[in-house]
Design a protein around this ligand. Structure first.
Ligand SMILES: [Zn+2]
Length: 467
């Protein structure tokens, strides 16, 4: 009986530790009471973004590196003048992070538009999820080990600070950067005419000429292509790299936009690959599945980043318009939006070894992806025509992926492939199943919070019993 009471107390204590650990980092035991990281219970300010990114870097120096790729005009909150340039941060996440390895490069950015606050938080969440899960999640470890992942979470810091800097009580509903259009050295905005600022997502050099030339417009294209330090920072970074995949986050409309976006009549040679990837991204969103549409279906726009990255940088490119119906949704919306997008981002980066840089697309079919079972039932795939086993790429949470593009053996698109996890199996034909999610079993309902708590309790139990 005494033993039962003691065990009961221990279990309660472990649960309390586990619950407390949710807001800390369970992987570093040296400083269990020091919280490092974004909390996603409020909108991070510019200075919080800066300090937290560097704190994460010092906690995960082997896989995360923060650099500054540009500076803003430096609108001064107090004086309205331009004397406090802000940093445009570039986060690199990869194994051997300080080396330039021969791995596919992918770029995610957020907050071209100052008021689209979720478009800052989602990339921040992604950064934090990668580094904190690296040591415990096979999928994330594989991704970080096999990609050079670049994230620019806050393209437009000046605009963000002006728009309230994360404070919902100080919103200005500002979209552009803070360029001094009238050249008088002071930032002005009378609330009706916006006077200052350039729409950074109209400042890229694709069909720039057809953007708005009116400085008072909220979609002002700027005086010249790449006239702005923010867009130049992204351009110059990209031109020194080979970006295979580009995701740029905006809000809101719950849509995955497939470029080109500048004209209804623009050629669309990449639709087959981008709609396939975009559709799978949407299917992986647990709560709100976004519509995958041509960018022009939202509205045509000149000078946009998605088009430049696709046309000039030759990246597979998407603009993601996040969920909700407000540029500044309540703070309770932050974490759900981040969690809803996270699996789709992981999947998109998995496809980041596709390359259109040579002017050719990956041979179709390429990737087969779906839900198989829990990880203790590994997936096997066999080419029924040749008898060869097909490598299944590391996945977690029961998802599997076959990357047929990396197959060494002489397979044919018409070979039937059997996918099995021992409990269920199916036979696919790559030509008809490519780009379409193939589930071996229905995805079960599960609560990620519960799973996290369970893992923490198991970890805590192990730590306790070893002492
Ligand atoms: Zn936007």
């Amino acid at each position: 009986m005494r033993k039962g009471v003691a065990v009961g107390i221990v279990i309660v204590l472990i649960m309390m530790i586990g619950i407390a650990s949710i807001t800390t980092n369970p992987h570093k035991n040296t400083q269990p009471n020091v919280r490092v990281g974004f909390t996603f219970d409020h909108y991070a300010s510019y200075s919080e973004v800066k300090s937290t990114l560097y704190a994460l870097q010092s906690q995960y120096p082997d896989i995360m590196n923060v650099t500054v790729i540009g500076h803003t005009y430096g609108w001064n909150e107090s004086s309205g003048k331009y004397d406090t340039p802000r940093d445009i941060f570039l986060v690199k996440i990869s194994d051997n992070v300080s080396a330039d390895e021969d791995e596919p490069e992918v770029l995610i950015d957020g907050l071209h538009h100052a008021r689209e606050w979720l478009a800052l938080e989602v990339p921040l969440y992604f950064i934090q999820a990668l580094v904190t899960n690296y040591s415990t999640n096979d999928t994330i470890k594989w991704l970080v080990d096999h990609r050079e992942i670049y994230v620019v979470p806050m393209v437009n810091p000046d605009g963000y600070v002006y728009d309230g800097n994360g404070d919902l009580n100080a919103i200005q509903d500002w979209r552009k950067n803070c360029r001094d259009n009238d050249g008088d050295g002071v930032f002005e905005n009378d609330g009706w005419f916006t006077i200052e600022g350039v729409d950074l997502n109209r400042n890229y050099d694709i069909d720039w000429i057809n953007g708005s030339s009116d400085p008072n417009s909220i979609t002002y294209r700027g005086p010249a292509p790449f006239s702005e330090p923010e867009t130049r920072a992204l351009r110059d970074f990209a031109l020194n790299h080979t970006i295979n995949l580009y995701l740029t986050y905006h809000s809101y409309s719950s849509e995955i936009l497939v470029p080109p976006g500048y004209s209804y009549d623009a050629p669309r040679p990449y639709d087959y690959v981008e709609f396939a990837i975009g559709t799978n991204m949407s299917k992986l969103m647990p709560t709100t599945q976004y519509s995958v549409v041509k960018s022009t279906d939202l509205y045509p726009a000149s000078g946009a980043a998605e088009d430049w990255f696709q046309s000039v940088e030759h990246a597979i490119s998407f603009t993601i318009e996040l969920e909700g119906n407000d540029f500044h949704p309540p703070t309770s919306s932050i974490l759900p939006a981040c969690e809803n997008n996270y699996p789709s981002m992981v999947y998109a980066l998995m496809t980041g070894d596709m390359s259109i840089h040579n002017g050719t697309f990956p041979a179709k079919p390429y990737i087969i992806y779906g839900y198989a079972a829990y990880p203790n039932l590994p997936v096997k795939a066999t080419d029924l025509a040749t008898g060869d086993n097909i490598t299944v790429m590391p996945e977690s949470n029961g998802f599997y992926m076959l990357n047929l593009g990396t197959l060494a053996h002489n397979w044919s698109f018409t070979d039937r492939i059997e996918i099995s996890n021992g409990a269920a199996s199916t036979t696919i034909l790559p030509t008809s199943n490519w780009g379409v999610r193939v589930d071996l079993q229905p995805v079960p309902e599960f609560n990620p919070m519960f799973v996290t708590l369970l893992i923490i309790i198991i970890l805590a139990l192990g730590r306790f019993s070893s002492k």
